[in-house]
Every structure is written in structure tokens, then in C-alpha cells.
Design a protein around this ligand. Sequence first.
Ligand code: HEM
Length: 412
Amino acid sequence: MAEPAPLSLTEAFAALGTARGRQDPYPLYEAIRAHGDLARRGPGRLVVTGYDECARALRDNSLHVQDRTAYDAAGPAWRAHSSLRAFTSSMLYSNGADHTRLRSLAAFAFTPPRVRELAPVVEDMADRLLDRMARLGAGGGPVDVIAEFASRLPIAVIGALLGFPEEDQVWFREMASTIAVSTDGLSDPTALNRADAAMDALAGYFGRLAGERRRKPADDLLTLLVATHDGEPERLSHEELMGNLMVLLTAGFETTSFLIGHGLMIALDHAPYAHRLRDDADFADAYVEEILRYEPPVHVTSRWATRDTELLGTAVPRGTRLTLILAAANRDPRRFTAPDRFDPARGGAPGPLSFGAGPHYCLGAPLARLEARIALPRLLRRFPRLTAAASPVYRDRWVVRGLDTYPLVLGA
Ligand code: HEM
């Protein structure tokens, strides 16, 4: 039988826009890669699947994240959306000196030594959530590990760092996941309106909490950020304070939940991994790195060229928009042997691009790694007879991709 015709770039991207394509985007990434590691996708657009090309693009200072100037270039419609206004006031969506200033205000709290100090706190939170799971599953019924554990742990950890009351965490999760859709851009107006409503509710909440910290300072990041804003508003405006709080709350929540979810799914499908995760602390490190490469929670990011530049020999004229498919770069056959094989023992390979690279390299990477390295062994040790009660269900999203539900039976 004749081979099916290879997909054009337009067809591959159209397929990524469908629920079916998003269920398993990896074959579509290979269809895109077949057009080149750095392929032209219509006028002024490039799509990058190569590891070296993505790594270089993320580090190139003339390639910017989509900030307010870039949104404005497409018209003023985005300004009607409070969620987009908040995102574009944060470090994640700013460039150059603004970015350095905004990032430096929070960076001290996420350095590897500071994060290592948090290990006992994360262990304690994980154990308390596991106690809760044990109660929920005591009758033998299924427990959704995403809702009850994988998503609760990251929000509890970032909530404690920022200084948000524990009783509000379930509400945060709901708000944060509603807002997260605005990272998909202006594509879905209904979802964006919901994101705006969630952003407005969160902004009101942050405002009230900031007022409390002014009256009664505490040993948390919120107190420090509020004091910076009050003392030096030129270093942190009100909008930037809100934007950064929102990004700190949302950037690490679904992403880390998806990392834990994928780690668990693969361990339950491959008993030897589950076995080693229970017993061998060093293995957890290698395992989490390979999960990050193989199933990265953030599949794609973008940049636009603020001046003429070039990427490994390809001209990138000013104004070009680049779609960087990090999940495809992580499976670049030039850099990873048998890239579609999950292999925690792969040595000598470069680090995955799952946390990005360059100036916007994920601020929370040490924290996300710590959480996953603690959560997976603890969960598997606590419930050695854990089994899937039903197949895991993926959330129908492309940019931040992971499991929505994964019901498990805890076993006796
Ligand atoms: C597995 C979990 C995580 C993944 C896969 C992830 C991924 C990423 C990626 C790819 C970027 C760069 C985006 C770009 O360059 O366009 C980023 C940035 C960022 N992440 Fe994470 N992240 C995770 C967890 C966290 C956590 C726990 C936090 C903690 C608060 C966090 C906070 C941030 C912040 C603040 C930025 C913006 C940094 C900047 O613009 O300078 N992330 N993340």
C-alpha cells in the first residue's frame, strides 16, 4: 500500500488545533520536523523543532517574549482583557531591563540553596496530602490522584512561600487553572472572558491580602513584594505587583501537577520504575529529568525578532514570529538517541529544554524538581499496591499539556 502523503505545515498545525491532535501531538511534531529543524511557516513566521535552534533562540537577546509592544502591534483588542494585562505586567511577558528588574525582586526566594531548605516543608505537605488520600480511598473506591495530590501539592508549596492562607488553596487552584488559558493567546474568546473574571477575583483577593500584610507583616514573599511596592513604586508598580503574584501562583501550579501526573502514570505502567522509585533516592533525580524530557508540561513557547538576526545560519528578519516547540526539541534525534524511548538511564544527553533557557529560564525549576523528587517516591511508598482504576484523561490543551484526571485504587 502507498505511504500516506506527508503533512504540510498548515495541515500539521491544523491537526494540533484539534482535540485528537492534542491527545498525541508527537507524530505531528515529526511531521513538522520533516520540513526542517527551523521551517518557514508562511510570511514572517518560523517554527523551530531542532534542539540546538530552540536553545539558541531562547538565549538570543534580540528575540523577545511577547510583551505589551508585541500585543499592541496586533491591535488594541487585547487591552480589554484583564488577564492579558496582568500577564504582560509580569516578568514572564517583559523584556530587557524591565524583565531583569521584575525577576530580581522574586529570584532570591527560588535559588537552589533556598529551595533545598524547603525540602522538609514539602515532605510534610506531601505526607499530609497522602494521609488525606488514604482517608478518601479507605473504602476501596477510586481517588483522582491529580485532583487530590498532584495539583494540591504545588499550590500548597507556592501558597506557603507567598504567604497565602491554606484554606483558600482550593479556590486558587480553580482560579489559576481558569487564568492559565490566557497563555494560549486570544484564540478562544469565551475562555478568555472566564480568565478575565478569575483574574479580577484574584486581583481583589491579592489586594485584600496585601492590605493585611501592611498592617501585620509576615515572613513571606508577599510581605516583601508589598514593602517593595510601597517603598519604591518605581521598582514595582501596582500592576506589576499583581502580575508577578499571578504568574508566581499560576506558572508553577499546573506545570508541576502535570510533571507529577506523568511521572506516576509511567511508573504505574512500568513496575520496575515504581519499584526503584520507592527504594533509590538517586534514581528519582534521573527519573524526573527523563519525565521532563519525554513529557514536558510546557510544549511550546514563542519569541519575536526585534531586529534582523540569524539562527544557526538561517536569516531571521525583524518582526518574525518564532514558535518554539520545546517538546519536539526534547526529542530531536540529532541530540537524543532513540528519542521516543523513555529511558532514565540515558547518559551524555543534553539537558531537556522543558524549563526553557536564557534570561526567562524557569524561576521555579529547582522547586518543581524538588516537589516531583519528593512526591513520586513518597506516594509510591505509601501505597505500594496503587493501580489505575481507569485510563488517565488528558486536558484538552496544547501549550501546557498534562493529565486532567487519573483515578487510582490505593490497594489494601
Ligand atoms: C515542571 C514544572 C514547570 C515547568 C515545566 C515550567 C516551565 C517553564 C518554562 C518553559 C518557562 C519559560 C517560558 C519562556 O521562556 O517562554 C518558565 C518560566 C517561569 N516559570 Fe516555570 N515551570 C515549572 C514550574 C514552575 C514553578 C514551580 C514556578 C514557581 C513559582 C515557576 C515559575 C516560573 C516563572 C516566574 C517563570 C518566568 C521567568 C522569567 O520570565 O524570567 N515555574 N517555566
